[in-house]
Ligand binder design. Sequence first.
Ligand code: ATP
Length: 205
Amino acid sequence: LLALLGGTFDPIHLGHLDLARQIRDHFAFSEIAFVPAYQNPLKIEAPQASAEQRLEMLRLAIAEEKEPRFRILDWEVRSPGPSYTIATVEKCLAQGWGPVTLVLGNEVFKRLNAWKEPQRLLEIAQVIVVTRKPSQGIEIPTALTLAGSQPNITPFAMSPLPYSATALRKAWAEYWRSGDQASVPQGTSSSVQAYIKKNRIYAVT
Ligand code: ATP
C-alpha cells in the first residue's frame, strides 16, 4: 500500500515531515514516498534550488527520520520539464505497486481540475485530502464529476505546523543578505539546514 506525497520541496521542511508522520500514524501504508517534482506545471516560477539540491535535501531529511517506510520517488525530479502526477501514478501501477494513494492538501485538491487528466487520476488513484483542524469540509474541484459517495476520497484533518517553503526561502535570503550569523533560519531538519548553509542556497530571490 503506497502513499505519494508530491511537492516541490524547495526546501523540504518540518511541515512536510510532520504531514508524512501523521499519515504514517493514521493509515496503514507500507510505504510513504515523497515525490519531488522537477517543475510544477501550475507554478509560474521555477524552483530556486536545483533539482539535484532539492533531491539531496530530501535524502538528508529522510535519512534523519530513520523511518524505513519513508521513501523518495525521484522519477519526476530527474526528468526536466513539467511533472505530471498522472504519469507517475501510471508508472507506479505498471510496476505493480498499486493501490496508489495521493496525499493532497485541500488547497491543492480543489484545483485538481487544472491538472492533466484529473478524471482519470481519480479513477486510478485513491486520494487523502488533508484539511485543517478544526475539521473543514473538502472543497470539491469545480468541473469534475465526482461519482456518488466517492469511496476513494478520504478526508484527513490535521493541524499543520506553521512552516512553508516560501517563508523559508525568504528567511534564508534575508540571512545571506544580513550576514547575521545568529539568525540561521529554523524549520528544516538540521542536516538540511547545514546543507543550505554550506552551498549558499537561496542567496538570491
Ligand atoms: P511553497 O511555499 O514553495 O509553495 P510548500 O511549503 O507549500 O511550498 P510544497 O512542496 O509545494 O511545499 O508542498 C508539498 C505538499 O506539502 C503540499 O501538499 C502541501 O499541502 C503540503 N504542505 C506544505 N506545508 C505544509 C505544512 N506546514 N504542514 C502540512 N503540510 C504541508
